[in-house]
Design a protein. Structure first.
Length: 357
């Protein structure tokens, strides 16, 4: 007789969460000064983002966050007998864009087909559908639309047959070049110009040292490591904590953490920017029905009566601004020997943790 161990479920499991800030943000989506929630077991992340947030409040315009593009993608695979037939089919797909847009609208009142891109490998035709999805992150909405589009194309485009409803050319939850180049989700650029007195007084370093470290570590170091469309220190840390606290699909930090940090010494002042082309966030849909998520999104101002998509755009720029705060603080710390480890040791000993970068 096999005896099975008895598993006891905890009454409740909570990731430690704190509100950090406030952050001062301006730009083409939101101008606000607001605290942000971070759910993490890495306790030094809270004061790190907090220091960046304090710097943002010391600069009149704070962090300027510019949303430059948004689109959610789903790719499908169809098969043909030859590359020539696949190419002819691809041209036929582009000739049917108007009817494909009508079909897309029938699947959801918020889905709009923006464009279709293709790639042919041998006799395989990969189609990458790009949609706008309102306030939803769009995982289910785009799959539903893609399924309807694929069925229509299989019926009306000669020479092709079903391959897969998901073809890895989207690309979902994987670090790829195509997402970095074409974008998936919200593409947000955050930037701040920090006066020299604040760089030295609050960050305890200089613009020149941060700029040099960013080049040596984030750019050259990532190049040597073979990074894909990415050059940053730790975007994933802030994104995971923000995603968990706001009901997002946390696995999307894989592509979300692709991004580029730039730092320039401008006569002693520090220009610092973070470009995030793959922020996949939503304010409606799966994960948003929990009471604490509802309260969090309300506190972030993402439950207001706005044009469809505006609440999700607001959430995206707040996520991007949070990333800048943590990235700035970490790079500043790493310009000083021993500072990062001392902070980790002190803060995690207080929290009872034993993590390190």
């Amino acid at each position: 007789m096999n005896s099975q161990p008895t598993l006891t479920k905890p009454a409740a499991a909570h990731i430690p969460t704190r509100w950090v800030g406030p952050l001062r943000v301006s730009g083409n989506v939101a101008t606000t000064e607001i605290e942000v929630p971070l759910a993490t077991y890495e306790s030094p992340l809270w004061p790190a983002v907090g220091r960046g947030a304090q710097v943002s409040r010391m600069v009149e315009s704070g962090i300027t966050a510019t949303l430059v593009d948004e689109r959610m993608t789903r790719s499908v695979l169809v098969e043909a007998d030859t590359a020539e037939i696949a190419h002819t089919a691809a041209r036929a797909v582009h000739g049917r864009l108007d009817e494909l847009r009508v079909i897309t609208r029938a699947t959801s009142r918020f889905a709009e087909l923006l464009s279709v891109r293709e790639e042919i490998a041998g006799s395989l035709l990969f189609l990458r559908f790009e949609f706008s999805t309102g306030d939803a992150s769009g995982h289910n909405m785009t799959t539903l639309a893609a399924d309807a589009l694929l069925g229509h194309l299989l019926e009306y485009v000669p020479g092709i047959r079903y391959g897969s409803i998901s073809a890895n050319y989207c690309t979902d939850k994987k670090a790829t070049a195509i997402n970095g180049i074409l974008g998936r989700g919200k593409n947000v650029i955050t930037e701040i110009l920090i006066p020299e007195r604040i760089v030295t007084g609050r960050l305890h370093t200089t613009a020149a040292r941060i700029a040099k470290l960013n080049t040596d570590k984030n750019l050259v170091g990532t190049l040597l490591a073979g990074g894909i469309r990415s050059a940053n220190a730790h975007y994933a840390n802030m994104l995971l904590a923000f995603y968990l606290a706001t009901g997002q699909d946390a696995a999307n930090i894989v592509e979300g953490s692709q991004g580029v940090t730039l730092a320039e010494d401008r006569d002693g002042d520090l220009y610092f920017s973070c470009t995030l082309p793959n922020l996949i966030v939503g304010t409606v849909g799966n994960g948003k029905g929990l009471d604490f998520i509802e309260e969090t999104l309300t506190a972030l101002g993402c439950r207001e009566e706005r044009t469809a998509g505006d609440n999700a755009r607001r959430l995206a720029v707040l996520a991007a601004a949070t990333v800048l705060c943590g990235e700035l603080s970490l790079l500043a710390a790493q310009t000083n020997p021993g500072e990062l480890m001392k902070a980790h040791t002190r803060l995690e000993r207080l929290a009872g943790g034993h993590h390190a970068h």
